[in-house]
Structures are given as C-alpha cells and as structure tokens.
Design a protein. Structure first.
Length: 433
C-alpha cells in the first residue's frame, strides 16, 4: 500500500533484456517529486548551480516546474510515455561548504534547503567528508590526473605509521588557509577556510547538519583515503569508515525526517574489500548504496571497481549512486552495470571554461576557429542557447569576459547531459543497452 511506503522510495520500472546487461530504468520518489533513472545529478556546491538560478534550471534544463505529482505507472505503455520526455531533475549540495557558511542553523530557520535556495526538485547532500579529506589528500580529480602517485607508501612501510592523524605532519595542498588538523575515531578536526575557526566533523554532527539542511537523500560520514596508500592504512581507514557509517545510521534513525540515507561502499581498488563493504552495509540496512572512496587512478580502474561493486550488490530493489564520477565515457560504461545515478561538477565547470558538449565531440569555443562560425553549438540540440545563439557569439562573450557566457554555456552542457541520460533510458526500455 502507498501509505506503507517510506517518504523516499525507489521503484524499478524496467530491467533490460539485452545480453549481459544489468541496466534498468527506475524512479526515485521523494517528498519533493520524483527522479527518473539512470540520471545525472549536477553539483550545487553552495546550494547553487554556478551561473544558473533554480528558476533557470527548471525552465532551461529540466523543462518542468518541479511540482509534478508522481502518479503510479501501471503498464509498460505508461512507463514508456512517462520516460519518453522525462528530463526531471535532482541537485547535489555540499554539506562542508554549507556548514562553513551560512551554517545549517540559518538554513533550518529558512525552512530547509528547498525553501532557502528555491530548488523545488529532490536534493541530495553529502557528509562533508569529501571536501575535508580532499584538503588532506587531494581530490579524486587530482589523483586521476597524477596517475596515483605512490610516494607515501614507502614512507608508511618504512616508519610503520598508519595513523591518519599523522596527516597534519605531512605536506599537503593548502586551500585558502585550510588545514586538516587530525583524524581520529571521533571524527575529523579542521580549520574553516573562511575564518580559521576549528571545526570538528563527526558522524553524528554530519547527520545533524544534514537534518537541518533537509535534503531528500543524505550520506554518512566516511573517510576518503587516496589510491596510493599501503594495504595496512587502507584497512585501518576501511574499518574506521564503517564504524562511522554505523554511527551515522543510528543518528539518522533517531530522526528519519522523511529522508533516505545511502551507505557508502569503500575499499579502494581492492575488490575483496569492496565486496566486504557491500555485505556490511547491507546488514546495517541503509536505504541505498553510494559507490565512493578512491576508485583508482584512471577510467579503467573506475570501471573495474564499479563492476566488482555492482556484482556484489544483491538487493536490486535499492538505488545505487556513483559518487563524484560524471564524465560521459564512465557513465556510458556504468549504466549497463546497473548504476542508477551520477554526480559531478565537471559539465558545469567545463562550460565556464568554454568546453561544450556536442554529438560530434567537445567544442572549445575559446579557439580562434570559431570567431566567424555562425552555426549553433550543436545543430541537434534543443536548448535555448543552441536555438538562439551561434558559436561565434559564444566565442565573443568568452573572449570579452562577459558573465552571460557562463550562463549560456552551462545551460547547454546540462541540457546535453540530461538529453544523454534520457537517451539512455529510452534505449534501456527498448533493451538496446
């Protein structure tokens, strides 16, 4: 019965019959609308998609007002009709940045993130751990660019130090004066990038902050060690992360607040640890899975880790999110594995730097060759940017440092991404993927 369902629930609408495929079309239901999968979730770091307002996201990217009711789909025909034109949206917000400013208490007083920001679609927040640990170890993007440097391993094996609290004594990237001061069983202590105040992020405080923010899906606190660490350090981090996740789940269950919580699968590139993580999280009873932690040094590592993780997940009724991976080649390889949702800041960041997606490949409108190119960015794209403007005009705006360039470019890239995901859903319904 509908009344027996939780506030956030997932339904599988169609499973592909293509040989060797686990692809599926689903729908995630939340108090703020539903979201068809496979789907892409853009990142709104500070509660805002850079260069676009929530209203522009609704009108230009999602092409709906975010107020539609999720009526039950009774037949394959209804599923096909619903998916045929679906471009529904979901947005990913970063707890770390919102914790530092304006603070979850301010957001709570405003009535939660939806009212504070004006977003009407479903929202997901992370734990804050990703940004904090990126200060200590560098980001996943940095790691993949570097090929997974292993300089730290020899030092760990030589001096026997596996305590990640020692990170405060190691040289690491500095971002605006940020410092990760220590990592312990309690949580992680760090300095605010705004005022230098010392903050302690624990499994409990992360969940409490996400309760105040009020997103539809929340993520437990986890540690994000880099690819290039020793097995001993990875194991220590793995065990601590799962103790943190168990504490996070307990804090969530004390006040569900019409939210779902996804357990984060860890284990680095060790497929045995990945399987162990899935088993542990399944027993804890999370509402869904998020594939996180270090996924390796390159695209092939990401695929193999994702494949091994998906094979280990036996409960096919729960949604699976791939954290921080949103490049189109990786998405195309993960969809047949059964991954439901993806998030990344890449398409919006690429847009602001002049890199626009098309059916024929990437167009870098910064280049001089587009100075007199009076064609749309993509002739087959229906976004407002392609309907009304040319590559030459966008080239001019970028070179003139006009703020409107970022808006027009971001509209196009997000529209392209959502159109690509719509194409995936249609293909799965026809058992082509």
């Amino acid at each position: 019965l509908a009344s027996d369902r939780p506030a956030v629930w997932f339904e599988v609408l169609h499973e592909s019959k293509a040989a060797g495929s686990n692809a599926r079309v689903g729908r995630l239901h939340t108090p703020h609308g539903s979201f068809f999968t496979p789907g892409f979730v853009p990142v709104a770091t500070n509660g805002s998609i850079k260069a676009l307002s929530p209203a522009q996201m609704r009108e230009e990217v999602y092409e709906d007002d975010g107020r539609g009711e999720a009526a039950p789909l009774q037949s394959r025909t209804e599923v096909e009709e619903a998916v045929k034109s679906s471009r529904t949206g979901m947005v990913f917000c970063n707890t770390y940045h919102l914790l530092v400013h304006p603070g979850p208490d301010v957001v709570a007083k405003a009535g939660g993130l939806h009212r504070f920001t004006g977003h009407r679609h479903p929202l997901i927040t992370d734990s804050g751990g990703f940004q904090v640990f990126s200060l200590a170890y560098g980001s996943i993007a940095d790691e993949r660019k570097s090929g997974g440097s292993g300089k730290a391993i020899a030092r760990e094996e030589r001096d026997g130090s596996t305590d990640t609290a020692s990170v405060k004594r190691q040289k690491r990237p500095q971002f605006g004066g940020n410092n990760v001061m220590s990592i312990s069983e309690d949580g992680v202590k760090f300095r605010s990038y705004r005022d230098g105040n010392v903050l302690l992020l624990t499994p409990e405080s992360s969940i409490q902050a996400q309760k105040q923010l009020g997103a539809d899906v929340i993520i437990p606190l986890d540690e994000l060690p880099p690819h290039h660490i020793s097995r001993r350090t990875l194991r220590d981090s793995f065990d601590r992360t799962h103790r943190w996740q168990e504490r996070s789940l307990a804090q969530h269950l004390a006040n569900p607040n019409q939210q779902a919580i996804f357990g984060v699968v860890h284990g680095g590139t060790d497929v045995h640890l990945r399987r162990e993580s899935v088993n542990m999280l399944s027993k804890m009873g999370f509402d869904g899975f998020a594939i996180g932690g270090s996924l390796g040094k390159d695209e092939e590592d990401v695929y193999e880790v994702t494949r091994a993780t998906m094979e280990a997940i036996e409960d096919r009724e729960k949604p699976v999110h791939l954290l921080g991976i949103g490049d189109l080649p990786s998405i195309a390889r993960a969809v047949p594995l059964g991954v439901d949702t993806f998030d990344s800041s890449y398409p919006t960041r690429a847009a602001r730097h002049g890199n626009l997606y098309t059916a024929e490949g990437l167009v870098s409108v910064r280049k001089a060759q587009y100075r007199e190119d009076f064609t749309p960015v993509d002739r087959n794209c229906g976004c407002s940017t392609c309907r009304n403007h040319t590559r030459a005009y966008l080239h001019h705006l970028l070179k003139a440092h006009e703020p409107s360039f970022a808006q027009l470019a971001t509209v196009h890239n997000l529209h392209f991404y959502h159109s690509t995901m719509l194409a995936f859903r249609r293909a799965i319904l026809r058992d082509l993927i």
